[in-house]
Design a protein around this ligand. Structure first.
Ligand code: FMN
Length: 303
């Protein structure tokens, strides 16, 4: 039997398959299809200090091999999550990662304090949401702001802090190094890539917000490249994501340097995608004669 355990920011996951923020809600719906304890970790929908209704519809547009979304951080707020959702999630044998977005460094700090006290296993700091006006992407595209948010998150957390990077930058390694120096315990990437579609008959953008974020199989090569570059630039572990829908996709991200892999948009077409990807990944690793799944991490052989 292959050893399925991996470690991410000092937290042991029973397997490297994670569901990323915003594609799995708080697990209630998917939990009707499979046992959430099958997953390595669940990263919950992005939380903000106050409840948010998100952006107006339409906020999802189909694209070849993916989707564009402009959901805009719809969520019940951090307090309602702690009171209503976290106790349900804790009934499962799965690590819980709380994803947070703020408008100011202080908002990030306040949420870290509350979520650490509430007993989540890790905090993922989202500095990369392309669908909100304030904060969000601004923090993820400027190294000094990314570092500032990381520092305040670390100062206010008693659990490991992972920082989620945006692919909407010229040099991902600049931001990765800045958050590592500021004390991040891990890095996750990629968030969605900014995109736009237009209805040729109405001549209106399909999304009400005009632009949105691209995810799904179309973005996999960008994710592999960015995980690869980041892994060569920092020492902290990486949670890789972006377009994973098969075991071989997950293996690619691990070979590029990811310690664990998240399966997001694929769940919209196949609710069993995260467990199927896990099984396909382990079948591949077994065929290759590996004793530990973690042996894939960073094992790509560059030319
Ligand atoms: C509908 C939707 C909502 C999302 N919401 C969030 C969010 O709240 N916070 C966040 O950090 N990322 C969010 N993301 C980004 C995903 O977590 C992930 O980084 C991205 O979709 C790439 O992975 P995938 O191609 O496997 O979906 C969202 C993605 C989608 C499709």
């Amino acid at each position: 039997m292959i050893d399925s355990k991996v470690t991410l920011a000092g937290v042991e996951l029973k397997n490297p398959i994670v569901v990323p923020s915003g594609t799995f809600g708080f697990g209630r719906e998917y939990g009707q299809f499979f046992d959430l304890s099958e997953l390595g970790a669940i990263c919950v929908k992005g939380l903000t200090p106050q409840p948010r209704e998100g952006n107006p519809s339409p906020r999802i547009a189909e694209t070849p091999m993916g989707i564009l979304n402009s959901v805009g951080l719809q969520n019940p707020g951090v307090d309602a999550f702690i009171a209503g959702e976290l106790p349900e999630l804790k009934k499962h044998d799965v690590k819980i990662i709380a994803n947070i977005s703020g408008n100011t460094p202080e908002e990030y700090g306040g949420m870290c304090e509350k979520l650490s006290a509430a007993g989540v296993d890790m905090i993922e700091v989202n500095i990369s949401c392309p669908n909100v006006k304030a904060g969000g992407l601004a923090y993820g595209t400027r190294p000094e702001l990314a570092a500032e948010v990381t520092e305040i998150a670390k100062k206010n957390s008693t659990v490991p802090v992972m920082v989620k990077l945006s692919p909407n930058v010229t040099d991902i390694t600049e931001i990765a190094r800045a958050v590592e120096e500021a004390g991040a315990d891990a890095i996750s990437l990629i968030n969605t890539i900014r995109g736009m579609r237009i209805d040729v008959n109405t001549r209106r953008p399909i999304l009400k917000m005009n632009t949105g974020g691209l995810s799904g199989p179309a973005v996999l090569p960008v994710a592999v490249r960015m995980v690869w570059e980041t892994a060569n630039a920092v020492k902290i572990p990486i949670l890789g994501m972006g377009g994973v829908s098969k075991g071989t996709d997950a293996a690619e991200l691990m070979l590029a340097g990811a310690a664990a892999v998240a399966v997001g948009t694929a769940s919209f077409a196949d609710v069993y995608a995260p467990v199927r990807v896990r099984d396909e990944l382990f079948a591949l690793a077994e065929r290759q004669g590996l004793a530990h799944i973690s042996a894939l991490t960073g094992a790509a052989q560059p030319w």
